[in-house]
Design a protein around this ligand. Sequence first.
Ligand code: FES
Length: 273
Amino acid sequence: PPQTPQTPTDNPAATRSRASITARTLRTDRWWVPPLLTTLGLAAFVIYATVRSFMRTGYYDAEQHYLTPFYSPCLSDSCVAGSAHFGTPIGELPGFIPLAFLSLPFLLGFRLTCYYYRKAYYRSIWFSPPACAVAEPHAKYTGETRLPLIVQNAHRYFFYAAFVIALINTYDAILAFGGENGVGFGLGNVVLLVNVVLLWAYTLSCHSCRHVTGGRMKHFSKNPVRYWIWTQVSRLNVRHMQFAWITLATLALTDLYVWLVSTDVITDLRFIN
Ligand code: FES
């Protein structure tokens, strides 16, 4: 028989927003481990990336032409010779401005507004809520409907910027095949290449990219090319969280490798030339 919808008076639970349990949680497992690990992982990357972005040393290997993604694109007269792949339209930059000041804010914005990272830091840092069945400390919830969180809706625009920056990083990785002694191939090329492939995987698996490729389409059958692209993006999209974490690691490791090679702490392993 058809069910009559319940009114709040029929259903006492509907009149309350939360169960009246005084304990913060009745969970007995170690629910706090994932949020804690998330916080530590994000903090480690943010500290490393911030320090490196302001260091202004060890970002370009003049011999093998390796440029770390943290300094790309380098567009000012302050960039070391050879590292400015797009010329130096900007004059000298004071030391408190990172040399990649044009790309870093967009990359930061892209990651901060990413659907996965939002979930991660809403839970682990903002405790909204910290975990399933664990009460949050905030008295009210306004979601992403007002400042500052309404800015999260700008994610799609950050996606466009990140797409361009991924193209620039790809160009940097290609240029790195031509070092001081001509065309060559070393471990640094593998590192830069792997980093760029994974950056593409992260960027293309973005939820906004999925919408750009297949959103608002009424008939998949009438748009076979877009449908095919959307299907591939959707496949990547399933692994978006993994790519989010893997690319944090590969970005830091790529930077570390360029840093160590360019300061002669280690020697680049050469396979050709
Ligand atoms: Fe994560 Fe767009 S980058 S959803």
